[in-house]
Design a protein around this ligand. Structure first.
Ligand code: NG6
Ligand code: CA
Length: 512
């Protein structure tokens, strides 16, 4: 057994030197709100994740791997553009937001395309769709979106599962939309009260309509499938998704995409809705953990990973496919619904003994390590030797790193914050970043064991981030309990100055 991957490695290498090697496929399996320790290999004991663990033990498991920010839209923006989200003021997007990624920027899928790859996105988007200043017509061609920024194939949950519209978008069209029940999306109820289109209960005046479970805060606009959502929708009844089968639908899409592209190199960005609220795992996963919907949704996500791996094996693609497993921000518990998640706030968000961020402090919305230090597993049986890596790395670096792997020259003005970490991502070097920015409501700068946290605006999210500038030493104090800025003002000043420089327009790659 041991010999087999080595043989493939040797063959791939030989083929490489003759120029005949097939480029590896690249699949990013992206979780939503999955914390560092929500997976078994990083310490989760109460949620079984055998498929993710198998991926980790066959690849590199990073202990200091980061998404670029502690919320969804900014992290996804940075992973797909190689640019820090603060440069575009990227924030969690409302349901009817226009496309956030500028059409004239090089994107990760475009870069793969230049190298001859077919590119696809399946899953949650949350990067906006449509043109700025023009109301998106959901009954016509919905664009610009993924197809305009480098994806050849796209099957989306357009925003987030807690936001309208609760329909799938395939290419530029809403799936199963009945033209006699046109679909409207808006911020206010009045925006969507159009005669002839199905009207859904308004959670503000009709909470009883929330029959799946009630919302705890917000999520009280249109109530669809018994779940209150953010934003208002009317129409599109025949197109509504079923919350409990979203994972099955996405897995089906992934199977078809892989089968259709098995004979040419492909890049697949697979973005699951798990384990974001409203957590609604398929009934076959309910009760698989003692942690209610959140734990069960994670078991469902692990099943999804297993199905994608099985599909790759079925088509003989398992050896030469790079599979990345990661998440868009750290864990959260009650994020808006009464879904059985129990939090002991006094114990730093511990749910019945399960701590989704492990020893790292905090989670989603926070500048503390738990906000951005997420599971990061990279597997490529044909080349990567299994192991763990403590190198400090970031998803924002995928663009420059994969450009190197597939032989695309990244222009200086594109992906300006993306740095080439290919040898580290492939486990051939243990050298991580010396300096790395972490984003939340404010910005932090990591430097080896030091972490400087800049000032955050004293607004939402209340009390979650330190408002005053802070300094932590992660070697002595990995859980960021002691702000030692008063003891080391010179270190804080040094990092503050560098952070200001890194924020400069030219981008990080040009200065570090
Ligand atoms: C917040 C929502 C939260 C979640 C988050 C986005 C409220 C009260 N809270 O505004 O439920 O949707 O946005 O999550 O509405 S993310 O993973 O897409 O960043
Ligand atoms: Ca998220």
């Amino acid at each position: 057994m041991k010999l087999f991957p080595m043989m493939v490695y040797a063959v791939a290498w030989l083929a490489c030197s003759t120029g005949a090697v097939t480029k590896p496929n690249v699949v990013i399996i992206y979780g939503d709100d999955v914390g560092f320790a929500d997976v078994g290999v990083n310490g989760s004991k109460m949620i079984p994740t055998p498929n993710i663990d198998k991926l980790a033990t066959g690849g590199i498991n990073f202990t200091d791997g980061h998404c670029s920010a502690s919320t969804c839209t900014p992290s996804r923006f940075s992973m797909l553009t190689g640019i820090h989200a603060f440069r575009y003021n990227a924030r969690i997007l409302p349901p009817d937001a226009p496309l956030l990624i500028p059409l004239d920027r090089l994107t990760l899928p475009q870069m793969f395309r230049q190298a001859g790859y077919t590119t696809g996105v399946i899953g949650k988007w949350h990067l906006g769709i449509g043109k700025s200043g023009v109301k998106t017509d959901w009954n016509g061609k919905v664009k610009p979106g993924p197809l305009e920024i480098g994806f050849d194939y796209s099957f989306l949950l357009p925003s987030t599962n807690d936001r309208v519209p609760c329909v799938y978008l395939k290419g530029r069209r809403v799936v199963n939309l009945d033209p006699s029940d046109p679909l409207y999306v808006g911020k206010k109820l009045a925006d969507v009260q159009v005669a002839g289109s199905t009207q859904y209960p308004d959670g503000k005046t009709n909470r009883e309509a929330m029959t799946y479970y009630q919302s705890t805060h917000g999520h009280d606009n249109s109530v669809i499938n018994g779940i209150g959502r953010i934003g208002y929708q009317s129409g599109g009844k025949s197109a509504l998704w079923n919350d409990e089968t979203i994972s099955d639908v996405f897995v089906g899409e992934a199977r078809s995409f892989i089968a259709a592209n098995k004979d040419r190199p492909f890049f697949l960005y697979f973005a699951s809705q798990d384990i974001h609220v409203p957590r609604a795992p398929h009934p076959r996963f309910k009760g698989k953990t003692e942690l209610g919907y959140r734990g069960d949704a994670m078991v469902q996500f692990d099943w999804t990973v297993g199905q994608i791996m099985k599909t790759l094996r079925k088509h003989g693609l398992a050896e030469n496919t790079i599979v990345i497993f990661s998440s868009d921000n750290g864990p959260t518990y009650d994020d808006g619904y009464v879904d059985g998640t129990e939090v002991e706030c006094s114990k730093e968000e511990l749910d019945r003994g399960h701590d989704g961020s492990g020893i790292w402090r905090g989670g989603k919305y926070q500048i503390y390590e738990g906000g951005t230090r997420v599971p990061l597993i990279i597997s490529w049986p044909a080349r990567i030797k299994p192991g763990t890596s403590d190198a400090m790395v970031n998803q924002i670096d995928f663009m420059a790193s994969f450009a190197d792997l597939v032989g695309v020259e990244l222009p200086a003005k594109e992906g300006i914050d993306s740095r080439n970490m290919l040898p580290t991502f492939l486990g051939e070097s243990d050298k991580g970043h010396t300096y790395m920015i972490e984003e939340s409501w404010g910005l932090a700068l990591r430097h080896h064991e030091w972490k400087y946290v800049g000032p955050a605006k004293p607004k939402w999210p209340k009390g979650r981030d330190p408002i005053q500038p802070s300094l932590f030493n992660l070697k002595d104090d990995p859980s960021e309990q002691n702000n030692i800025i008063a003891k080391h003002p010179e270190k804080a000043a040094e990092l503050k100055e560098l952070l200001e420089k890194m924020k400069g327009k030219a981008g990080i790659r040009s200065i570090l």
